[in-house]
Design a protein around this ligand. Structure first.
Ligand code: PLP
Length: 377
């Protein structure tokens, strides 16, 4: 894909506007609910161009296509796919692999990814090797002749480790140019991180989080760097069928328009909240990568957790992240519950670790809420 002439905030706000998908030149992209599309004649079917025309909406539908071309542009890829959830997006990427393949993954991932990878090992004989996300020399030693991909999440979830995508891609592609470097870009979004520009081959998102940003929908995204990869993915996508429906495609497109402004405010709020938390005697340690809206912190003892959840008046005790409303989770009991305790503790996911998705409320109110929640009784 040729690089856009426009800055990312312009691309985001203009998402879906001034395309040729609607005869009336609507500013807001229409929602096309039709599941199928009429053909003009036999020649229309014989010369069908799946990249431009429509036949059946699992294959393509106008609202989703506008969304997908926007997402491809934002991440600088050849093609994007909009799916029914983040896990469906991850599953689509793994449709590229087969029994006997080996995948190297960073060690601190979304809990659902670990659960899926264990399932792939048990049912399909796909093997996973964990890399600590720090030692780049060790990474090159973990890559074998069976390695097909490297799977990264950065900053990591929930301990906020930052991985140098560029360095990983260089190491991987030097060993084998066909190795697929895949990045789950849910936490930073293309506003702050564009993995394909740094050498990655595939990007995935749980669009349930920042891309949609309002805690009101479930969606996933895959962006492929090259048409070669996206052609295989397109076949698998149409074959397995976990597509995003027209209404949610529209909702996600609508949400993208404010992504840049939201991310800026998430960062401002998270910067202030993490600084305030670090000063509290009840807080042992704060983990904040300096950008984005996710902050993790350790309280001094587990008893404070129950008290905090009970006392909070603005921040909700709930799973998920990336929405306008602030949410607090305890990864050991929620997102990472399916992991073995040994593995969890090794990563620092103790029962004193909390993960805060800093929303767009006034930062002073959020800080006051945390302070009163943590204050010694
Ligand atoms: C939530 C999440 C997922 C899974 O996405 P769903 O939309 O919940 O299916 C994958 N990766 C990360 C980093 C997430 O936070």
């Amino acid at each position: 894909m040729t690089k856009s002439r426009f800055a990312i905030d312009t691309l985001l706000v203009q998402a879906g506007n001034r395309g040729n998908h609607d005869q009336h030149h609507a500013i807001s992209t229409p929602i096309y609910l039709s599941s199928n599309f009429r053909h003009q004649d036999l020649a229309d079917v014989e010369n069908f161009d799946p990249h431009k025309q429509y036949s059946y909406s699992r294959l393509a539908t106008p609202t989703r296509r506008v969304l997908e071309s926007t997402l491809a542009q934002l991440e600088g890829g050849a093609h994007a796919f909009a799916l029914s959830s983040g896990m469906a997006a991850i599953q689509l990427v793994f449709s590229l692999f087969k029994t006997g393949d080996q995948i190297v993954t960073s060690d601190d991932l979304y809990g659902g990814s670990f659960r899926f990878f264990d399932y792939l090992t048990d049912h399909y004989g796909i093997h996973f090797t964990k890399w600590n996300g720090k030692d780049y020399q060790q990474l090159s030693q973990l890559i074998t002749k069976d390695t097909k991909a490297i799977w990264l999440e950065t900053p990591s979830n929930p301990t906020m480790k930052v991985i140098d995508i560029n360095q990983v891609a260089q190491i991987a592609h030097q060993i084998n140019p066909k190795l697929l470097v895949c990045v789950d870009n849910t936490f930073l979004t293309p506003v702050y991180q564009q993995p394909i520009q740094e050498g990655a081959d595939l990007v995935v998102h749980s669009a349930t989080k920042y891309l949609s940003g309002h805690n009101d929908m479930l969606a996933g995204v895959v962006v492929a760097k090259s048409a070669e990869i996206s052609d295989t993915l397109a076949f698998n996508f149409n074959t397995t069928g976990s597509t995003l429906d027209p209404f949610d495609s529209w909702l996600l497109l609508r949400s993208l328009k404010t992504l840049s402004v939201r991310m800026q405010r998430h960062t401002e709020n998270a910067t202030r909240v993490s600084a305030a938390l670090a000063k509290l005697p009840q807080v042992e340690k704060v983990l904040y990568p300096g950008v984005g809206g996710m902050v993790s912190f350790y309280v001094q003892n587990h008893d404070q957790v129950e008290q905090l959840f009970k006392r909070l008046k603005i921040i909700s005790f709930a799973e998920s992240l990336g929405g306008v409303e602030s949410l607090l989770t305890i990864p050991a009991l929620q997102t990472h519950h399916d992991m073995s305790e040994t593995a969890r503790l090794k990563l620092g996911i103790t029962d004193k670790l909390l993960r805060l998705s800093v929303g767009l409320e006034n930062a002073n109110d959020l800080i006051a809420d945390l302070k009163q929640g943590l204050a010694d009784s």
